[in-house]
Design a protein around this ligand. Structure first.
Ligand code: SF4
Length: 383
């Protein structure tokens, strides 16, 4: 297979803040419960990680984006978030208008914090709203109140955030099609520029998986989730949002620049425990263990657990697989004919999962629902 990159390669930095005040029952992310001494030790280790990467010159191009995610970044004192951003900006040049995102949970941030984040240079806020129906929170073990989420979004706009994402979840225990569409409409009343909608999945080794196994909570109803997905898509499109990725909707000009790196074969450096990087054809990931992360950095080593140098064919295959998450898909001339991947795409097309449209190869609406099957089929086709 021969594939060439569409656009000049940009680069972004992702920082994983591995703390939350408590773990939601559905959550399988790597994280610790927030405690001041652990957060201080983490911040010192993160500063050392940035210093080592700067010395190694892993990044040689200006940053187009910085994304501070987690976990819940705003369980850190805002002064620490500001220090982290200042250190990043002092370590690497940035493009003239970089996108700088921080994720938050509504119960962990107030108007003063939001003002200080804007003053420091953060220009995109991603709010973990999940639902605007209070009844949905209890089975998820999700702290917070619906009214906090609404207040935070309004306060963020007053503080100067012009680019606000809301994370929503559907297919929640007890959620109906009507209550979900009410959440979607209420979310739009908050005037976000971007909305991410995730179907609830039951991850192994979570409390919710145990609840389902013990018949305390019903498993997600796949047919209902499909109805919810279609209803949300219609409402967002009527409101002027474009669905540009399987789970993401944006007003024109507000697609997440950082996340687009993941889907367009872009380069990114991940910092913090469990963070993943992809730079100049190498994939490497940090250890998913805060203590090991801190220990390695205190000893002067980068906490990299594994590193793989991709061959050209492997790189092209990954670009295809990640690119298919975009609704527009991948330019079809980038997939060389008569290769196993090309043949696999045709087999997937006969099953109604892939289509060729406007010079692009992309997932069909059915293919978007079975994206994991499509990706696995492409991975298994020999290079
Ligand atoms: S707030 Fe987010 S990261 Fe933290 S436990 Fe809940 S789902 Fe996981």
């Amino acid at each position: 297979m021969t594939m060439i990159t569409e656009t000049p390669r940009a680069i972004g930095v992702y920082i994983h803040i591995p703390f939350c005040r408590q773990r939601c029952r559905f959550c399988a992310f790597y994280l610790d419960i927030a405690k001041p001494e652990r957060m201080d030790a983490f911040c010192a280790a993160l500063a050392q990680e940035i210093t080592l990467h700067r010395q190694n010159q892993v990044i040689r191009r200006p940053l187009q984006s910085v994304y501070v995610g987690g976990g819940t970044p705003t369980v850190l004192p805002v002064s620490q978030l500001v220090s982290i951003l200042q250190l990043i900006q002092a370590s690497w040049p940035t493009e003239p208008s970089p996108e700088i995102t921080v994720e938050t949970h509504p119960s962990t941030i107030g108007p003063t914090d939001l003002n200080r984040l804007v003053e420091a240079g953060f220009n995109r806020l991603s709010v973990g709203v999940e639902s605007l129906n209070q009844q949905d929170f209890a089975p998820l073990g999700r702290p917070g109140r619906v009214r906090d989420a609404k207040q935070v979004v309004r306060a963020a706009r007053a503080a100067g955030f012009r680019n606000i994402n809301l994370d929503l979840m559907y297919g929640l225990p007890g959620q109906t099609l009507q209550s979900w569409t009410e959440t979607v409409r209420s979310a739009l009343e908050l005037e976000p520029t971007h909305v991410s909608c995730y179907a609830l999945t039951i991850e192994e080794d979570t409390e919710l998986a145990l609840d389902v196994a013990h018949h305390l909570v019903p498993p997600p109803d796949e047919a209902l989730q499909i109805e919810m997905e279609l209803a949300a898509e219609a409402i967002f499109q009527a409101a002027g949002f474009e669905r540009y990725e399987i789970s993401n909707y944006a007003l024109p000009g507000f697609a997440c620049r950082h996340n687009l790196l993941y889907w367009t074969d872009g380069d990114y450096l991940g910092l913090g425990p469990s963070a993943q990087s992809y730079v100049d054809g190498s994939r490497f990931g940090n250890v998913a263990d805060l203590s090991a992360y801190i220990t390695a950095l205190a000893a002067g080593y980068l906490p990299i657990g594994e590193q793989i140098r991709l061959t050209g064919d492997e790189r092209n295959l990954e670009a295809l697989i990640f690119g298919l998450r975009l609704v527009r898909g991948v330019p079809h001339h980038l997939v060389h004919p008569n290769t196993p991947q090309h043949q696999a795409l045709h087999r997937l097309a006969t099953r109604g999962l892939i289509e060729w449209k406007d010079d692009y190869v992309c997932l069909t609406p059915l293919g978007r629902r079975y994206a994991d099957t499509v990706m696995e089929t492409l991975y298994l086709a020999p290079l």
